[in-house]
Ligand binder design. Structure first.
Ligand code: SF4
Ligand code: SF4
Length: 399
């Protein structure tokens, strides 16, 4: 049952959280992995921003205090305040435990503070201003010409079905930069499974980068456009290889949008097909670790489908890092951090690579282009291979 005064969503105003700000017990559950969930002190911390900046305001409990002071009109929009506000990767690790133990929602509070900041004239970080400009002018987060969005499909882009029961929402990163993920997902769906798949010819960013920085109104325009286009395809299911896009579409109800189709992450659809016997994979003799993308795992509760797919490959040794599933350490890309705070974002990734080395995995698999991008550079330095789940499955698919 939702609590009346602390069941916030990004639609509501910061003031709605005032009572909640008094309820932070300063218990510290938002900082540490539950002791019974790990035997590794080295990997026992869970808040990237708190661990990187080691100052109270950078933990969920500190942002809680800043929220109260902001509501009371005692906190100005200083540069330090802005840095604290936008250093949260929105990984949701704190909220996972805070909600369970105290019934509070520190990440939703942070999102409401960002919305308040953006709407009350706070000056966005320079990189976030560029992001907004790119999304306004080009409708994608990468400042690319949106007309080139289907270039990865080559000639096949000319003969896409206008209507199909299944649509594939590609996302900005996979459309322009991580095209290997788009190609692999599309091949799995069309060639391996023989499905008829619609792709939007005028797809735009899902809106997540704008929601993350608090620019909700502009995000709404992108969301409305994509929903109208998807509606025209007649699809009853829409599949996503990007965990950020997937999280955005699965979380539209609190924003007041009505969605007439089912949103599925690619791993959910493929694991169902695997169970039905419609899909199989060749053996792979490798020691593999899985990075739970925050938007897929903690935010949407999808932990097992990617693991089932990996475990179905004979000879593949799936090893769990000390922080996995609900306790997974973020890759460092989320919440606008990758866009605006590169060295911190890469520190978060390098912390994860330490864990990959700890379990001696040769291959790190993730299920989001944002995670792949952010982990890539540090993985190269560590001699670890990084692949998206779609790529690996496409390489190993039988038939
Ligand atoms: S877990 Fe929640 S209640 Fe406890 S210190 Fe963190 S924010 Fe406060
Ligand atoms: S969402 Fe992640 S980075 Fe942000 S305060 Fe919570 S644990 Fe820290």
């Amino acid at each position: 049952m939702a609590r009346e005064f602390c069941y916030p969503t990004v639609r509501e105003s910061l003031g709605d959280y005032y009572e909640m700000t008094w309820r932070c017990a300063k218990c510290g559950f938002c900082r540490n992995v539950f002791p019974s969930d790990t035997e590794h002190e080295r990997f026992g911390r869970q808040c990237p921003s708190g661990e990187r900046f080691r100052f109270e305001s950078y933990y969920a409990s500190g942002r809680n205090e800043l929220a109260r002071l902001t509501i009371e009109g005692k906190q100005g929009f200083t540069d330090r305040f802005r840095h604290v506000l936008y250093s949260c990767t929105t990984c949701n690790a704190c909220e996972e435990w805070c909600e369970a133990t105290q019934g509070l929602y520190p990440v939703k509070l942070t999102m409401a503070m960002r919305k308040h900041f953006a709407e009350q004239g706070g000056e966005l970080l320079p990189e976030h201003q560029k992001l907004v400009k790119s999304l306004r002018e080009n409708k994608n987060r990468l400042n690319r010409n949106n007309r080139d969005r289907l270039a990865w499909l080559g000639e096949a882009a000319k003969s896409l079905p206008e209507k199909a029961d299944l649509a594939f929402f590609v996302g900005c990163r996979s459309s322009f930069r991580r095209t290997e993920i788009a190609r692999s997902a599309y091949e799995l769906l069309t060639k391996r499974l023989g499905l008829k798949v619609a792709i939007l010819t005028d797809e735009r960013c899902c809106g997540r980068p704008l929601l993350d920085i608090g620019a909700e109104q502009e995000a709404r325009e992108l969301i409305s456009h994509n929903l109208a286009q998807l509606q025209k395809t007649g699809a009853s299911q829409v599949v996503f290889a990007c965990a950020e896009c997937f999280h955005t579409f699965r979380s539209l109800a609190p924003l007041g949008f009505e969605v007439e189709f089912e949103s599925l992450h690619l791993s959910e659809l493929l694991s169902a097909k695997l169970q039905q016997g419609a899909l199989g994979f060749r053996p792979l003799k490798k020691r593999v670790a899985f990075q739970d993308p925050c938007h897929l795992g903690r935010h949407q509760g999808v932990f097992e489908p990617p693991r089932k797919l990996l475990a179905s490959m004979a000879q593949l040794e799936l090893v769990e890092m000390p922080r996995n599933r609900k306790n997974a350490w973020c890759c460092g890309a989320g919440g606008g951090v990758q866009d605006a705070m590169e060295s911190y974002s890469q520190w978060v990734a390098s912390e994860r690579l330490q864990e990959v080395k700890h379990v001696a995995a040769e291959l790190l698999v993730t299920a989001c282009p944002g995670c792949k991008e952010n982990l890539w550079a540090k993985a190269q330095e560590s001699g670890v291979q990084v692949l998206d789940l779609a790529e690996l499955l496409c390489q190993q698919a039988e038939g």
